[in-house]
Write a protein that binds this ligand. Sequence first.
Ligand code: BES
Ligand code: MN
Ligand code: MN
Length: 463
Amino acid sequence: MEQILSYIDANRERYLAELKELLAIPSVSSQTERKPDMRLAAEWLKNHMLNIGLQNGQIMETEGHPVVYADWLGAQGQPTLLVYGHYDVQPEDPVDLWMTPPFESTERDGNLYARGTADDKGQIFIHLKAIEAFLKNGGVLPLNIKIIFEGEEEIGSDNLSKFVSEHKELLKADLIVISDSDMFAKGVPSITYALRGITYMEVEVTGPNTDLHSGSFGGVMHNPIQALTEMIASLHDKNGRITVKGMYDDVRPLTKAERAAFKKLPWNDKKYAKSLGLKKLYGEKGFTTLERLWARPTLECNGIWGGYTGEGAKTVLPSKAFAKISMRIVPDQSSAKIAKLFEKHLKAIAPKTVDVKVRNLHGGEPAITSIDSPGVQAAVAALEKGFGKKPLYQRDGASIPIIVDFKKILGIDSVLLGFGIPEENAHAPNEFIILDNFFGGIKTTAHYYHELPEFWKKGKKKK
Ligand code: BES
Ligand code: MN
Ligand code: MN
């Protein structure tokens, strides 16, 4: 390991320069005009993986953006680790709010700024650089590795589940590791053992059959924007609870032990509110902030539009109003069931004056794993070595829907080995990764590859 670790130190600058190349490709999966960039990023990764000594590097087609695959299967008798990550990124808008251009990486205050630094190009690169350190120093890895990087995580991974079902043999492995999540805070490594799921809906409210002069017609009809906002306003009660009928039916209550464990984590509501520029926190009554973030369902309006939003004033009654509403869901809720409950509820509360359409855009199931598995315990050991500190256990409020599909389709558990932090502006302007986390992540990952085989074999014996 000595040699591996000093190789990582010695190659810092080159590692960063290479990452910057990948970050320069605007691989935004949601935008049609970026389709060529998606392919460029996939090509770049394939070539890079072949250059560092991985084998079978290839681009594999899906019905959407391609998957990139590579492997190294030379460790006979050792476990096989499947590394999953995503090379697509979120749109960079609003671009005016970036201090430096989103696709030109900039180092500032020990951080690297660019879209995708933390989510997830920087984190997938951590694995590639750890792999390189092994393959360029002795030519072997301590375990077998398969890599699959997808290009549709940020838009719901819809085509990936099909891809996984069609490539069960190729993706056969003992364990999956995913670096696409956060540490608890700067300098505080952690193991994330649960994520929320998601149900994403769009609501369309139609009033008159055309936009109308608000003077000539105002006063005779229910403005669709008003109707929509009245409905949205009614989706929470005065205790911050969601009013959608049946919403909480399948929510697994927090155990006493888990609530106690959350309470032990270093946390301060006031500081947290201040860091976000909030006057006051808000949420479901009866639960702490971390409980609400990690283990309670939410319903949020992500966007709302209709009528005139351009410069100056225009007197108009809109024909239509829209909203995008997502719900984060927790064990044992199911995304499809929540989508149905939401649609039913909206239809039930829709005023007779307008027409309401509800569409389900995408969904993903919540994931929770046990913390005493060998895969997780190896991660604990690796994080301790990589960051010089024992990690803490946490859940997270965000979602990686493919985890549950991996379990269902391939029967394989995932371990989350995340090196972001919540403040890194993922999905927002000025996204960054802390460089100490990037390099600490590479070392941790190298330790993980090194530690896992032992933990795995011990775990098997116990069974
Ligand atoms: N990397 C995130 C998920 C994440 C962030 C997990 C922080 C843990 C900590 C991922 O790229 C993401 O943004 N997921 C989406 C999923 C959605 C598009 C289905 C999310 O959570 O909004
Ligand atoms: Mn991500
Ligand atoms: Mn993301």
